[in-house]
Design a binder for this molecule. Structure first.
Ligand code: HAM
Length: 448
């Protein structure tokens, strides 16, 4: 029986890891540029954390959680999203007492028991940010700008920003009533889940995927008509700040988000290029969550960006990923004595800060050269009895084919110069010799 990975999960194998490193690098650099610090929290939390935050009317809590009961009566849930655990950790570790605003980011795996399809997985990865302590619309604009700058850094131009305000509990109470009144006459046509939603949280009806419910919801009242003066002013100010940054957006009153903690601003970045699961990033404000989880009332906001969907969008748009790292040097030893020397040379090359490999399985010269080609080594050095006897070998530049003689006693410094000129262009080393000698400690030659 062949063992298979669980449905809805992916293996990220070495051949594609460069894509992940590219997006993770872009995301974390952008977050740090905006003053966000990294936070890491457990992959599982007490189930009640998600029930209290994400909410007991959300699909995530009612249908999608991976929950296990451990010894005793505790139940734990694999993190379906990042916000709840991060806010719990900020409260538990006193970060909320260290002055505001507090800004953190994370890159995490999340788990939701959804029906897998393109762009929808049961294990997926999110880059997320959370900011606590600012009620200013400039904070809303700041996180939208950060998400936009990650998308921009990835080379994406066609991911559109959809923006809405879902108000505060006051304006939402009136809106819920209006929705109940609107949907009540259609009760018998609505799906069973929406019938339940009508009682508990009628805004969820706007999120339903059933074609009949969708059709009925088309003419439903929109939240923007029910915003109180403060929420409306906040939303208007946010829009004018975004206009100032020349960030394009569409006000989309149908965006209500699938998690219960949101207040006021909600937004999604949607790609048209990756099919039905096109929401690459979703977020918004959640001014009531911190007090709900036991903290002082504190305004807060953030977003989560799905990294699988981000990579899919980049692939669809033909964006470039950083190439995988390749060895700077491959040493091809012929025979046992040469292998001994190759091992020591490799060690010295690595200590000088470069990536080097040598043969570990006693292959002949041809397969070794094929291997060096396959791993895209920048230089190759063949070591045989002749080289060991004469104390001289050749360093072959695999791009140009040029061979440079090298005394084995002077190997590292010759290799060092060749590589610097290969990477930065010929003449670089002479031109910047002063700077380079200040930057690098003299490389050590291997012991005889
Ligand atoms: P979310 O909209 O549930 O929000 O998820 C954020 C992003 O995660 C989505 O836009 C999507 O790109 C990705 N995503 C969600 N589910 C899946 C899935 N099954 N497969 C692949 N990708 C998926 C949150 O999680 C909030 N915690 C975001 C947030 C942070 N709001 C405020 N702060």
């Amino acid at each position: 029986m062949t063992l298979k990975r669980p449905k809805g999960t992916q293996d990220i194998v070495p051949g594609i890891i460069n894509k992940w490193k590219t997006v993770e690098g872009i995301a974390s650099s952008a977050a740090e540029q905006f003053g966000f610090r990294e936070i890491r929290t457990p992959v599982f939390e007490e189930t009640s954390l998600y029930v209290r935050s994400v909410g007991d009317t959300s699909d995530v809590v009612t249908k999608e959680m991976y929950t296990v009961s451990s010894k005793g009566s505790d139940t734990f849930t694999l993190r379906p999203e990042g916000t709840a655990g991060v806010i719990r950790a900020m409260l538990e570790n006193g970060i909320m007492n260290e002055g505001f605003p507090q800004k953190v980011y994370y890159i995490i795996p999340c788990y939701r028991h959804e029906k897998p399809q393109a762009g929808r997985y049961r294990e997926f990865r999110q880059f997320g940010v959370e900011m606590a302590g600012s009620a200013s619309p400039y904070a809303d604009a700041e996180i939208i700008l950060l998400a936009a700058s990650v998308l921009d850094g990835c080379g994406l131009e066609n991911v559109s920003l959809h923006l809405n305000s879902i108000g505060c509990p006051d304006c939402r109470a009136k809106y819920r009533e209006a929705l109940r009144e609107y949907f009540e006459p259609h009760r018998s046509e609505l799906c069973p889940t929406c019938n339940e939603r009508l009682e508990k949280n009628p805004m969820r009806l706007l999120d339903c995927k059933s074609p009949i419910c969708k059709e009925i919801a088309k003419d439903a009242p929109v939240i923007t008509d029910y915003l109180c003066d403060d929420c409306r002013a906040h939303f208007e100010k946010l829009k004018s700040i975004l206009d100032g940054y020349e960030i394009k957006y569409t006000v989309d009153p149908k965006i209500v988000r699938g998690l219960d903690y949101y207040t006021r601003t909600v937004f999604e970045f949607i790609s048209e290029d990756i099919g039905a699961q096109g929401t690459v990033c979703g977020g918004g404000r959640y001014d009531g969550l911190i007090s709900e989880l036991g903290g002082q009332p504190t305004p807060a906001l953030g977003f989560g960006m799905g990294l699988e969907r981000l990579i899919m969008t980049m692939e669809a748009a033909g964006c470039e990923f950083e190439p995988a790292k390749t060895p700077d040097l491959y040493i091809a030893p012929m025979g046992e004595k040469a292998q001994e020397k190759a091992a020591l040379l490799c060690d010295a090359v690595r200590r000088a800060g470069y990536a080097a490999e040598f043969d570990l399985i006693g292959r002949g010269l041809k397969p070794q050269m094929r291997y060096a080609d396959k791993v895209k080594a920048k230089f190759v050095c063949v070591l045989g009895d002749n080289e060991l006897e004469s104390g001289q070998a050749k360093l072959k530049n695999m791009r140009t084919g040029e061979e440079t003689p090298v005394e084995l006693t002077d190997f590292i410094s010759v290799f060092n110069s060749l590589l610097i000129n290969e990477v930065f262009g010929n003449g670089f080393e002479d031109e910047f010799s002063d700077i380079l000698s200040g930057m690098q400690s003299a490389p050590e030659e291997p012991k005889e």
